[in-house]
Design a protein around this ligand. Structure first.
Ligand code: G6P
Length: 629
């Protein structure tokens, strides 16, 4: 949801921020722009389109300078256009800034600034910020530090921001500030890079400082100063902060395509290692005799400190968005089945405004790949205000949800760049299964024998996943066969229902085909009216205790001339006679079936989009990390 990057230091800043933009492009790709201090003035270029369009524009410009800021946009206020592209500037073109977030009191601020005589060059909320920062410079006849002007300007702002500012009035400096949108500072030797996330930083340094909400920093070649945004609107005094330097534990190679055509394809194929990584060191599969009847144990270091509080929770509430929400729906079944704790799963965006009845006896589980999704983050804060225990299942280390939740389980799935989430979903299911088993074992609602069985199966699952991935070519042919269809129904029951929702979401997101995910049993209450030979159904018909019910639903579709592409379990002879096409997956335990059955749906969506020639990794209108409400 907009990517920002800035650099101050010894190198030519232009290629550094352009590399950063390429890494951040998944966050938004409506327009793009850069501003550079060349030692005498600030040069800038911006354009509608993607990073490649900006590259073309600056290709013949021999720009050099030691500090620069840049931006890739996901439009909120003002449609994508050259004039609405960042950086934005003030009336005298002395302040340039890039912004991720939303200025909520934008209209009233704009009115007030117009009355003061400011002129606007765009329709964006962001431009307001440049004018607000210009005012203190004017008032002090430029005798003010950029960071102080930024602090003064921000006092008037309601809303969210992650922003980077430069000014010719106080050059060779970048000031950044954060409220609600992520900012990470890379601390090099004699150089500093700032960005919305680590992927734009790792090329320069692995030493980072995570800026918290209401913190700001001034980056200069001589060093960095971090301080608090002043409390309230009255005070301007800033408090200098000492912050811990963390080390990023992954490599730039992990954020590259590694021979695959698209990131999404690479990440689907990383599913088995994503599962291995989330399980690593957390499964204790000693035989029961050796572990005193405690075989199949789960060790989750991240929740050790809150274990007692978690075990005393009367109910669980899972909150998430998008794909993470669908993982949460499966998690609900896990917690109820294994830990016997009443569990609900809600969209974070709905929970926030529903005046939810939760209290200190509720444990809230936040699932988020990025750890920055605005709705999930605010839902967590709302839950904390209501005294609930909060647990994060988060992939991005050091992200806001990971930091602000009481405890959690990291996914360790590595960077996920494709906008449509794939390996993170697999990893989230692994984390949820472990958490449910952990609670079940502690509460004695799961027998050691069952736990051992699940742990053993989990360990073998990556190999079974690889067998499903081996069907890639077969699934591409099926995508080709179904390519002419514009509408799809995805059906599943119990554990397969959220998988149907996720499969439909994948197809919608990247191939722009209409796809509706539905609970198989509900089909007869509506969607069945849509069925004809042009409206195919993807049916999740794996061997589980409710298999026969699913078969009946498929019969109902066939009776209405509907085409059926089924995902079924190896050795199922019945399904072949019924469905038009079948993708077989290996046999596993009922609870683990989703980890296998989602893979063909991910591949089907991927190949459909690729065959249609669409931009798989950057689907239109979407962004990877949605940091606005
Ligand atoms: C966006 C992405 C989805 C993702 C969702 C939640 O919509 O396009 O792929 O599932 O956000 O993101 P999170 O980072 O919170 O899991």
């Amino acid at each position: 949801m907009c990517g920002i990057v800035g650099y101050v230091g010894k190198r030519n800043a232009l290629p550094v921020v352009m590399d950063g933009l390429r890494a951040l492009e998944y966050r938004g790709y409506d327009s793009v722009g850069v501003a550079l201090w060349d030692g005498a003035k600030i040069k800038f270029e911006k354009t509608i389109g993607r990073v490649a369009s900006l590259e073309e524009k600056i290709a013949r410009k021999p720009w050099e300078g030691k500090s620069a800021i840049a931006h890739t946009r996901w439009a909120t206020h003002g449609k994508p256009s050259d004039r609405n592209a960042h950086p934005h500037f003030d009336c005298t073109k002395s302040i340039f800034l890039v912004h991720n977030g939303i200025v909520e009191n934008f209209s009233e601020l704009r009115e007030a600034l117009l009355r003061e005589g400011h002129n606007f060059n765009s329709d964006t909320d962001t431009e307001i910020l440049a004018h607000l920062i210009e005012r203190p410079f004017l008032a002090a006849q430029k005798k003010i530090l950029l960071e102080d002007a930024v602090l003064e300007g921000l006092r008037h702002v309601n809303g969210t921001f992650g922003l980077a500012v430069m000014s010719k009035n106080d050059p060779e400096k970048i000031v950044v500030a954060r409220r609600g949108s992520p900012i990470i500072l890379g601390i090099g030797i004699g150089e500093y890079i700032v960005a919305s996330d680590a992927s734009a930083v790792v090329n320069i340094t692995k030493n980072v400082v995570y800026l918290h909400d209401n913190e700001a920093a001034a980056l200069m070649p001589s060093g960095v100063q971090i301080f608090n945004l002043p409390d309230g609107k009255a005070s301007l005094s800033k408090k200098i902060l000492k912050k811990q330097i963390d080390t990023i534990d992954w490599d730039i190679a992990q954020a590259q395509k590694g021979g695959f055509k698209h990131f999404m394809q690479k990440e689907i194929f990383e599913g088995p290692s994503a599962l291995e990584n989330v399980l690593r060191g957390r499964l204790l599969d000693l035989p029961s005799a050796l572990s005193g009847g405690g075989g199949g144990g789960i060790k989750l270091g991240g929740i050790a400190q809150i274990k007692e509080k978690l075990l005393s929770a009367k109910r669980l509430l899972i909150l998430a968005c998008g794909t993470s929400y669908y993982a949460g729906l499966i998690g609900k079944y896990y917690f109820e089945e294994f830990a016997k704790i009443p569990t609900a799963c809600e969209y974070a965006s709905e929970f926030r405004y529903a005046n939810p009845a939760i209290d200190s006896e509720t444990a809230v589980i936040l699932i988020s790949q990025s750890g920055e999704t605005a709705d999930t983050l605010e839902a967590m804060r709302e839950a904390k205000r209501k005294s609930a225990l909060t647990l994060g299942i988060v992939n991005v280390v050091g992200s806001t949800i990971a930091r602000e939740s009481d405890a959690g389980v990291y996914n360790h799935a590595g960077p996920e760049i494709g906008v449509a989430s794939t390996k993170a979903f697999i990893s989230q299911l692994g984390a949820l299964a472990m958490l449910a088993l952990f609670l079940g074992k502690e509460k004695n609602t799961v027998s050691p024998a069952l736990s051992e069985k699940i742990v053993k199966e989990l360990k073998g699952l990556p190999n079974k996943m690889k067998r499903v991935l081996g069907k890639d070519e077969e699934i591409r042919k099926l995508a080709e066969k179904y390519l002419k269809h514009k509408n799809f129904l995805y059906l599943g029951r119990k554990y397969q229902y959220p998988v149907a929702l996720e499969g439909a979401l994948k197809l919608k997101e990247i191939s722009y085909r209409h796809a509706e995910g539905y609970a198989s049993g509900e089909m007869k209450h509506g969607p069945i009216a849509l069925i004809d030979e042009n409206f195919p159904t993807v049916a999740l018909a794996v061997k589980d205790p409710i298999y026969e019910k699913t078969i009946s639903n498929i019969q109902e579709i066939k009776a209405r001339n509907g085409k059926v592409l089924a995902v079924a379990t190896d050795g199922d002879e019945k399904i072949g006679k019924l469905a038009d096409d079948v993708i077989f997956i290996p046999q596993t335990l009922e609870i683990l079936n989703p980890i296998l059955s989602v893979i063909p749906l991910q591949l089907f969506a991927y190949h459909t989009a690729d065959l249609l020639g669409l931009d798989v990794d950057k689907p239109r209108n979407l962004a990877k990390s949605v940091t606005v409400e």
